[in-house]
Ligand binder design. Structure first.
Ligand SMILES: Nc1ncnc2c1ncn2[C@@H]1O[C@H](COP(=O)(O)OP(=O)(O)OP(=O)(O)O)[C@@H](O)[C@H]1O
Length: 253
C-alpha cells in the first residue's frame, strides 16, 4: 500500500541547557488529516512545531516525511520539502500589499520587471478558491483584520505547495468572526485532502470542531492520542487539570 502517513516523528528529544523541553515525543500525521496539539503552557508544543519546521534541531529522534527519513537543516530546507509554518502575526510584511505578500520571495516577472497584474490576478483567484474574502488584494496588509491577515498567511503557505502546514495558535487573540474565518479555511483545506495540518490551540471546543485527531503533550511526551469523535471537551479539560494538580501537589507524574 502507498505511504499515507504525511509525517512521522519518532522519539524526539530537545534540551535547552538543563531544561528538557521534549523528552520523548512520537507522533504521526496522516495525509489530509488535521491534528490538534494541546497541552499546558510550557508543555513544549511550540518547541515541537519548531523542530518539525526545521527551526530547531532535535537532540535525538527521527523524522519521516511521506515515508522518507529527513534531517532538517533549516526552515528553508523544511519548506523545500513542503513543510510550512504560520506563526501568529509573524508571517507577513505589513507595509506590502496582500498580493505582494502572497508572492514574497517568489515574485512573478516579465524579464526584469515585476508582473504585478499577473500576481494580483492569481492572488485574487487563489484567495477566492480558498473561500477567503479580501475585497482588495492591492490593500496593505496593515489594513486587514487579524483574521484576514492570518488567512492570507495560510493561503500563502498553501499556495507555496505546502503539504504539511503547521499552525501555531492560529486562533489566539482573535475575535469570534475572525476565528470562524480561520476555522472555515482549515475545513476547506481538509476538504481538499492533500494538505495535512497540525494546529496548536488552547480552545478545546475549536480543536474538537475542526480536528480529526487530538494529541496531548505533557511533561515532554505525548500522553494522549485519540480521534476527536471519541472525546469530549470535559475529558480534555480534566486531563490537563489533573496533570496541573499533580504538579502543584508534587505527587509526581
Ligand atoms: N529557545 C529556548 N531556550 C530556552 N528555553 C526554551 C526555548 N524555547 C522554549 N524553551 C522552554 O521550553 C519549554 C517549552 O516551551 P514551549 O514554548 O515549547 O511551550 P508551549 O507548550 O508552546 O507553551 P505555550 O502554550 O505557553 O506557548 C518552556 O519551559 C520554555 O521556557
Amino acid at each position: 500500500m502507498a505511504e499515507e502517513t504525511a509525517l512521522r516523528v519518532e522519539h524526539v528529544r530537545k534540551q535547552f541547557g538543563a531544561l528538557t523541553a521534549l523528552s520523548d515525543v512520537s507522533l504521526r500525521l496522516e495525509k489530509g488529516e488535521v491534528l490538534g496539539l494541546i497541552g499546558d503552557n510550557g508543555a513544549g508544543k511550540s518547541t515541537l512545531i519548531k523542530i518539525i519546521c526545521g527551526y530547531h534541531q532535535p537532540d535525538a529522534g527521527r523524522m519521516f516525511v511521506a515515508g522518507q527519513e529527513v534531517v532538517l537543516r533549516s526552515v528553508d530546507h523544511a519548506r523545500s520539502l513542503g513543510i510550512d509554518t504560520v506563526y501568529q502575526g509573524l508571517a507577513l510584511i505589513n507595509e506590502l500589499s496582500v498580493y505582494h505578500n502572497m508572492f514574497l520571495n517568489r515574485e512573478l516577472r516579465v524579464g526584469p520587471l515585476l508582473n504585478n497584474r499577473a500576481m494580483r490576478r492569481l492572488a485574487r483567484e487563489h484567495l477566492t478558491d480558498m473561500g477567503v474574502n479580501i475585497p482588495d488584494v492591492s490593500a496593505e496588509v496593515a489594513k486587514l483584520s487579524g483574521g484576514q491577515r492570518q488567512a492570507v498567511a495560510v493561503a500563502r503557505a498553501v499556495y507555496s505547495d505546502a503539504r504539511i502546514l503547521l499552525l501555531d495558535e492560529p486562533l489566539a487573540a482573535m475575535g469570534a468572526k475572525e476565528g470562524v474565518l480561520i476555522l472555515d479555511l482549515i475545513r476547506d483545506l481538509k476538504a481538499r485532502g492533500d494538505v495535512s495540518v497540525i494546529i496548536i490551540a488552547h480552545n478545546y471546543a475549536q480543536v474538537l470542531d475542526v480536528c480529526d485527531r487530538v494529541n496531548l503533550l505533557q511533561h515532554g511526551t505525548i500522553t494522549f492520542d485519540r480521534r476527536t469523535s471519541e472525546v469530549t471537551v470535559d475529558e480534555l479539560t480534566e486531563l490537563v487539570v489533573a496533570e496541573y494538580r499533580r504538579r502543584r501537589t508534587g505527587s509526581g507524574s
